[in-house]
Design a protein around this ligand. Structure first.
Ligand SMILES: Nc1ncnc2c1ncn2[C@@H]1O[C@H](COP(=O)(O)OP(=O)(O)O)[C@@H](O)[C@H]1O
Ligand SMILES: [Mg+2]
Length: 266
């Protein structure tokens, strides 16, 4: 299987902005819909910096203990299993808080303690000791737009801990083409460009709520890989782009199916 050579194509200068934020110790927030390269950007940045990455993906089920840690009892001895926040503060690694606005308020509150200007947290769960973050500690968070299911508004004080904000949206078609080509080997440029155009048509329709779903770069990459596998463009488009809409009923599916027919023929 073909892997992307240098993974990230930095089409809107995000690596540079992250680098500046890192140099001056300002935490960064990346805002954008799913599949726009947020995670890939953070990985690339961490590699560039030769830094260690600690990641956590937030959901309604994320607890304070995932961040702080849990007490352990081993043959009568009480220990403490450090959570990812404490670990990264001590190590001075890059902490990646993925989909932060999917977390519950109490979890966010505890995080806020560590993120304020003192960069310290009191371990009230165990010894009560104060943990001071290593000088090199750096935090990057991502949030999905509020239109995304399961997302909540970040409390303003937490938002203010991330003064460097990077918007990552779907790239222009020509840029998306270059990105997708990193993951596909075949010679199907015309069909691929059509697929990207289709994805953008669907994204625009979803943005004005004419459709329920907005395809991401994951889908255009999958489309390219199916073309590589020998599938014809119309069939690949049905599989990747149309079929998913039948989840919302036949009318929704038919809308997309008609667009595909008009672009790729029958
Ligand atoms: N600028 C880019 N350069 C290289 N690959 C990208 C880029 N943007 C998106 N991708 C690819 O698109 C897919 C989705 O990206 P991902 O980072 O998982 O998105 P997100 O974290 O925003 O949901 C991945 O396969 C990723 O490698
Ligand atoms: Mg991601």
């Amino acid at each position: 299987m073909l892997q992307a050579t240098s993974a990230y194509l930095d089409w809107n200068n995000s690596l540079d902005v992250l680098g500046k934020a890192y140099d001056v110790g300002l935490f960064a927030l990346i805002i954008g819909p799913k599949g726009t390269g947020k995670t890939t950007l953070v990985r690339e940045f961490t590699n560039k910096k030769n830094a260690k990455l600690e990641s956590i993906n937030f959901s309604l089920r994320t607890r304070e203990s995932h961040l702080i840690g849990t007490k352990t009892l081993n043959e009568g001895t009480i220990g403490f299993n450090e959570g990812i926040l404490i670990k990264s503060m001590k190590e001075g690694s890059i902490l990646y808080l993925d989909e932060l606005n999917a977390a519950e308020a109490d979890v966010l509150l505890r995080l806020d303690e560590a993120l304020d200007d003192r960069r310290q947290i009191v371990l009230k769960e165990s010894t009560g000791e104060t943990i001071n973050a290593n000088q090199k500690w750096f935090v990057i968070a991502t949030i999905n737009p509020l239109t995304h299911v399961g997302t909540k508004e970040l409390p303003p004080q937490l938002l203010s801990r991330f003064p460097v904000r990077i918007r990552l949206d779907y790239p222009p078609e020509e840029t998306e083409f270059q990105i997708v080509k990193k993951y596909a080997s075949g010679n199907h440029d015309d069909a691929l460009k059509q697929g990207i155009k289709l994805a953008n048509t669907l994204r625009q329709a979803a943005a004005v709520e004419e459709l329920y779903y907005s395809p991401s770069l994951r889908e255009t990459i999958a489309f390219a890989k199916l073309l590589d596998s020998g599938l014809d463009a119309k069939k690949a488009a049905d599989i990747v782009f149309a079929n998913v809409y039948s989840q919302w009923g036949n009318v929704e599916y038919q809308k997309v199916s008609d667009i595909i027919t008009s672009m790729f023929g029958r």
